[in-house]
Design a protein around this ligand. Sequence first.
Ligand code: SAH
Length: 513
Amino acid sequence: MSKGHVFLVGAGPGDPGLITLKGLECLKRSDVLVYDRLAAPELLDYAPAETRRVYAGKSPERHAMSQREINELLRREAEAGRSVTRLKGGDPFLFGRGSEEAAFLARHGIPFTVVPGVTSAAAAPAYAGIPLTHRGLASAVSVITGNEDPLKEESSLDWAHIAAGRETLVFLMGMGNLAAICSRLTAGGRDPATPAAVVYRGTYPDQRVITGTLADIAERAAGAGLTSPAVIVVGEVVRLRAELSWLEKKPLFGRHILVTRAREQAGELSAALRELGAEVSEYPVIRFAPPEHPELLDSAVRRAAAFDWVIFTSANGVRSFMARLAALALDIRELRGARLAAIGPQTARELERLLLRVEALPEKYRAEDLARALTGKVRAGDRVLLPRADIARPYLAAELRAMGAEVEEVTAYRTLRAGEDAAAVQRALRAGRIDAVTFTSSSTARGFAALVGGAEELGRAAAVSIGPITSAAARELGIPVAAEAEEYTIAGLVAALSAYFSEAARLHAEAVK
Ligand code: SAH
């Protein structure tokens, strides 16, 4: 059998977006994935379902697998002809023993590739607004292990040399020795007034940064409760953070937001929130399922050509309808006779992707507005198909009938409850760890109320809704709505969250003044 291959891949420091394209390729292609504790958990989702995932779980206190066991695992899998991705936090060749794994592979004649990664030594300071060099302030930088007790007699580090000069110092694995590191540096001649920073969980949405001087940084970091993983930066460059900090300025930085949409829909909202600095947890309270009587949908799909209008009230409705069209070996030409309407831009986009032209799209995105947009367009005697959710409101069909249309409603998909394990969410809410809960439909509000609860369970978390119908549904369930989108779209919801928290921050700033 041909020999396999090991890819030693840098996962980056935490933010999953900081993996390299080449690293991502390895994740997508490997048979076996061996990963550490620090690798961003989201990255594992890029590997195919059939990829075997092995947690090598190195942590400062505990080794899930010894280094020897890891080496043997890499060797065994490669010798069995498999492609192995060894995912390591940050850069594989900067601490973290990647070079030892490579040396082992080299000794055993196992071919390997090293894919460098974005190291926390550079990324954590960058996300804190601290450049490692800056003209006039620092022209060199040292990356140093903080693992060694600097007060012990025998040290492999030349502390006199490290302490001298003006270059930037970056310590990894140093939180256990922070105070000793600082006193060793000042004893060696660094000015105790030298600026210093600790960047805890750099590049993660809950990143925290403490600044001070060599004289007080240890005390300040301890006071703030900062532990590992953290990068310690020493040098004049730390001053630049006052001007260059950027992550903390994002409108949703430091806010933890719960997304309750169905799994397959959550991604877009989560990504938009993360872009604005939020920490996002997905807790889908609903899921979609095929209709209980698929033959009714199939029958409507087969007769699509006979309708004057097909009106879609959700992107999900479009997808379900088109999926049946394909399953029945038909195609979109069945819709040639029908004019199409969509309730909002997302639904319209789903149709336009198939090069279908949408002839009616309301200004606001509720059934009431859609009915208005169709007034004068839909005529008496028109045959209208309404593929919709099982739980849709009767309003639109009634309005269309009042216009004299012959309306056929058909269930295109069902909305079911999801999210069995509400205990974790309830715990997080009770501990005040969630700042906002988002509702993108009445059914998400209903699902949340049924699974998690109402005002009491919500605690101090703000409920934010996509529009008035959803807000009304939430209020009816005893969920007070703190903010509502002006435009009834995901973008509108994100804007409402931003505005809500900017206002909260402004009020807070005023109160402490
Ligand atoms: N190879 C890794 C370093 C491994 S040593 C790299 O290139 O980043 C582990 C140390 O890295 C931790 O003790 C901590 O000092 C640092 N570290 C890793 N991820 C970090 C993060 N997100 N924020 C701050 N420090 C981090």
